[in-house]
Ligand binder design. Structure first.
Ligand SMILES: Cc1cc2nc3c(=O)[nH]c(=O)nc-3n(C[C@H](O)[C@H](O)[C@H](O)COP(=O)(O)OP(=O)(O)OC[C@H]3O[C@@H](n4cnc5c(N)ncnc54)[C@H](O)[C@@H]3O)c2cc1C
Length: 397
């Protein structure tokens, strides 16, 4: 965006709803609703600046080629996304020229003391390497938008309107406008009391607004950046003091970067059925998939997790791990089908973190220790001993 503003005398904003990936009116799906809310708010914010957000349904390559033919638009600027499907999508656009910029990690790739394609294979080695130097981040300067380039004859689609529809651990979203301003307010509010000081003790809980930061929902849609979180975190530590919990928020953001950088190194291999290993994959029958989709497994605790995911669009990190382990090792479903299932429902779906975590738990990634098989009964007894979680999701949905 910054580069686009610097290079251009006039610009136009286009968001493409690719029908192969999403339909606009899927009211049951919170991920879909969150995105539509955010687009509606972005339209309002851009209109306050004299600009229009053109939301167009269809194939990106077809739409951009038609825009280029009808208007004097010679460049498209967008975020660089390096997952295989998105890369193919970008290269399918032949005109106008696409300029994409990597911007979604906390660490600047150029600041790493190794080439990103030589990323250490284990997270701990990566983390120690980046922590051996002081981590500093800089935010982009704010720039004035150039004048609008109006896209005449372009049919922008009507977006549905949703209100106060969030539940479970993300019901706080009902109190924030779903846009950059809402996300910034949320960030300020999060660091306005001492929650961050207890993060490491609470982060493994299953339910509630405050046990973890919930930054992921805003991050996934580009409404805040990891760098903004880092700056708030450092200011918080200056005022309230640093402890193990405040450090752990950074630790988790480094996991986020690690899974991003892993894509630079292994690219498509992270999507192969056998990942980076030469192992058998689980045979998956339609019955197994239906049992997963319909929360019809032999474990009532797991069924509660599936219901939470489908009904709220969110799961704690702990429940994501438990559910992924159950899908892979107990139901014996191909790990990529599990990843797809999360992709369909998670409001905070992020291709790098989702694929990275699934391949890690399946044991098909870089981790030399193999997969992560959780003892479901032990997890239940540790994290839901009073049965609150299981009861809530099985009885309320
Ligand atoms: C099977 C599985 C699938 C997952 N899919 C996604 C996904 O699609 N999108 C997503 O954002 N996260 C995913 N995660 C990671 C993690 O569960 C979520 O980031 C976290 O639960 C979001 O809640 P939070 O913002 O309150 O996290 P917090 O615990 O408050 O952590 C702060 C931030 O650190 C980052 N983070 C935390 N844990 C991880 C992790 N294990 N991997 C990468 N980044 C992490 C996130 O950006 C998060 O917002 C997945 C984890 C598993 C086990």
């Amino acid at each position: 965006m910054v580069q686009c503003i610097k290079d251009s005398t006039s610009i136009s904003f286009v968001y493409i709803v690719n029908r192969r990936l999403r339909i606009l009116n899927d009211e049951e799906n919170h991920k879909n609703k969150f995105l539509i809310d955010a687009l509606n708010q972005l339209k309002i914010n851009l209109s306050d600046l004299g600009h229009t957000l053109n939301v167009i349904e269809g194939e990106p390559s077809v739409i951009f080629s038609s825009i280029a033919k009808q208007h004097q638009i010679n460049k498209i600027y967008c975020e660089k996304i390096i997952s295989p499907y998105e890369k193919d999508e970008e290269s399918s656009i032949t005109e106008p020229r696409v300029l994409s910029y990597w911007d979604s990690s906390l660490l600047n790739i150029d600041d790493l003391d190794f080439d990103v394609i030589d990323l250490p294979d284990t997270f701990t080695t990566f983390r120690k390497r980046v922590e051996s130097k002081t981590i500093t981040v800089t935010l982009h300067e704010s720039l004035k938008l150039p004048k609008p380039a109006n896209l005449l004859n372009i049919k922008s689609c009507q977006l549905p309107k949703y209100q106060n529809t969030y539940s479970g651990s993300v019901d706080f979203l009902n109190h924030y406008t779903n846009c950059e301003n809402g996300a910034q307010n949320y960030l300020k509010d999060y660091f306005s009391d001492t929650k961050a000081h207890k993060y490491k003790q609470t982060r493994n809980e299953l339910m509630g607004n405050e046990f973890s930061t919930k930054f992921s929902v805003w991050l996934a849609h580009g409404l805040i950046s990891a760098r903004q979180i880092f700056i708030f975190l450092k200011k918080y530590e200056e005022t309230h003091g640093a402890n193990e919990s405040t450090y752990w928020i950074l630790f988790e953001l480094l996991w986020r970067d690690y899974f991003r950088f892993l894509h630079f190194k292994y690219d498509k291999k992270l999507y192969f059925p056998y990942g980076l290993k030469n192992k058998e994959i689980n045979e998956t029958s339609q019955d197994k998939i239906s049992n997963l989709e319909e929360a019809n497994t032999e474990s009532s605790f797991i069924n509660a997790g599936i219901k939470e995911l489908k009904n709220s669009g969110f799961l704690s990190n702990r429940m994501r791990q438990i559910l992924a382990s159950f899908v892979i090792f107990e139901m014996k479903i191909d790990w990529r089908i599990g990843a797809d299932f999360f992709q369909k429902y998670l409001i905070d779906f992020d291709i790098y973190s989702n694929q990275g975590n699934w391949i890690y738990i399946a044991g098909y990634g870089t981790d030399p220790r193999g997969g992560r098989r959780f003892n479901i009964e032990k997890q239940k007894n540790t994290y839901d001993i009073d049965n609150q979680y299981e009861m809530y999701w099985n009885e309320n949905t």
